[in-house]
Design a protein around this ligand. Structure first.
Ligand SMILES: Cc1cc2nc3c(=O)[nH]c(=O)nc-3n(C[C@H](O)[C@H](O)[C@H](O)COP(=O)(O)OP(=O)(O)OC[C@H]3O[C@@H](n4cnc5c(N)ncnc54)[C@H](O)[C@@H]3O)c2cc1C
Length: 407
């Protein structure tokens, strides 16, 4: 059947990438993007430049507002889809409008997890960070001297700690893991990165929150293992993401920690696709990174157009903290009988990079202030080239040459 109408629900990077790739690759039918925001914007700056007040909202738009009309994409902003009916080929919006859709693409992202640690009123200064409204609320409270507790020392928690220190807030960050992020960057780099909080005047504690109680001015927090509660002006819960699967579940699609998709982003219903943080490739963990969401959009567009999907590539992400740029690709593993860790440079003295090798095959890399190392590692992983650990470790070796392999 020729596809003549596509409705994409969700205006994050995954949804915008889907519509952009469809048009770029020749789709000429009706194309509608339903966005809960007036104009789709990018999320990574919400913990960085936007939170710091260095970039306004229009500077973080994913596309210029007039781009959608130029591309003949009907952007329905400030709109929420309340039902998708794949068999009828319909998407219903909260205002009652019903959009015809030969293909429906769910790009609904996720919600920040919000654990309950006690009775809190609606106006209690306890926040999560997923959208612009969250960032705006948090920013008004990050004044010099404000006491901020961050629960969760992952990528977003660490970025907010860095931004908040830059704004003059007093930061305490708690995480039960010592160090957090070891699974993503390896223990040595994770320990060094985590140590940056203290180096920049924050306090990083290995513990968990037992209770959060609204206090007269702020929040009283009981941390596990401490005799007395501490008082904070503001609390950020940065403990993870839950996929937004409500529409899919109501439509009877298969979900399990995400809307389950195949390698072409197709869900358990052949005319519904899912992309980005709301989706999960069967038998794989969710990526939860910006570029993965963008690539999902490109794959979904290829599926709808019946064209070859873009080539697979190792998952890549970046993060910024305390003026340092961190990138990672592939899979980092602790050294064992099968895996070895190779350090290029010195951990803690940027620029440096750390690689995981299985045998002589690079399977993952992390770099601080050395994006070229990660770019080269990605090509090594994608092409499956073998390298000598000693060559990789030598900062004098041109990594591009290693791409030709040792064999
Ligand atoms: C603060 C922050 C910092 C980050 N920093 C980085 C980083 O440095 N590097 C990195 O690689 N990744 C980073 N990420 C992760 C990255 O931004 C996400 O992986 C990416 O945004 C996922 O895109 P998405 O389009 O799948 O989902 P989202 O960006 O969540 O977009 C989904 C959209 O769908 C909308 N929606 C949901 N339901 C409906 C509905 N029923 N009707 C209409 N609209 C709906 C939502 O409101 C939302 O606008 C960060 C994320 C956050 C929150």
């Amino acid at each position: 059947m020729t596809v003549t109408s596509v409705v994409v629900v969700g205006g994050g990077i995954a949804g915008v990438s889907t519509v952009a790739e469809l048009r770029k690759n020749g789709y000429a039918g009706e194309l509608t993007l339903v966005s809960a925001d007036a104009v789709p914007y990018d999320r990574p700056p919400l913990s960085k430049a936007y939170l710091a007040g260095e970039k306004p909202l229009d500077a973080i738009a994913l596309q210029r507002p007039d781009w959608y009309a130029d591309q003949q994409i009907s952007l329905i902003g400030d709109a929420v889809a309340v039902s998708v009916r794949p068999d009828a080929g319909e998407v219903e919006l909260a205002d009652g409008r019903v959009l015809p859709a030969d293909r429906i693409v769910l790009a609904t992202g996720g919600r920040a997890v919000r654990p309950t640690f006690g009775q809190l009123g609606r106006d209690a200064p306890v926040h999560v960070l997923r959208d612009v409204a969250d960032a705006d609320r948090l920013r008004t409270q990050l004044v010099p001297g404000a006491r901020l507790l961050i629960v969760g020392g992952g990528l977003i928690g660490a970025e907010v700690a860095s931004t908040a220190r830059g704004l003059g807030a007093e930061v305490v960050l708690v995480d039960p893991l010592d160090p957090p992020l070891a699974a993503a960057v390896g223990t040595e780099v994770a320990r060094w990165l985590h140590g940056l909080h203290a180096e920049h005047g924050g306090e990083a504690l290995t513990t968990t929150v037992e209770t959060l109680l609204e206090a007269r001015a702020g929040v009283a927090v009981q941390l596990k293992g401490e005799p007395d509660s501490r008082r904070f002006d503001v609390v950020l819960l940065a403990v993870g993401l839950v996929s937004e699967t409500g529409l899919a579940e109501a439509a009877g699609l298969e979900t399990s920690r995400g809307i389950l998709v195949d390698s072409g982003q197709v869900t358990s219903h052949p005319s519904v696709l899912a992309v980005g943080d709301c989706a999960r490739l069967r038998d794989h963990p969710r990526a939860e990174h910006w570029e993965a969401a963008q690539r999902d959009g490109a794959r979904a567009a290829a599926t709808i157009l019946g064209s070859a999907p873009p080539p697979a590539t190792a998952p890549w992400w970046w993060s910024d903290r305390y003026g340092l740029h961190v990138e990672g690709v592939g899979e980092m593993r602790s050294p064992d009988a099968e895996h070895q860790t190779v350090v290029r440079g010195v951990v803690g003295q940027p620029p440096f990079s750390v690689f995981t090798l299985r045998g002589e095959r690079v399977i993952g890399a992390v770099a601080v202030d050395d994006p070229n190392a990660v770019r080269a590692a990605r090509r090594m992983i994608d092409r499956g080239v073998d390298v000598r650990a000693s060559d990789l470790a030598d900062p004098a070796t041109d990594l591009r040459k290693l791409l030709r392999g040792t064999r």
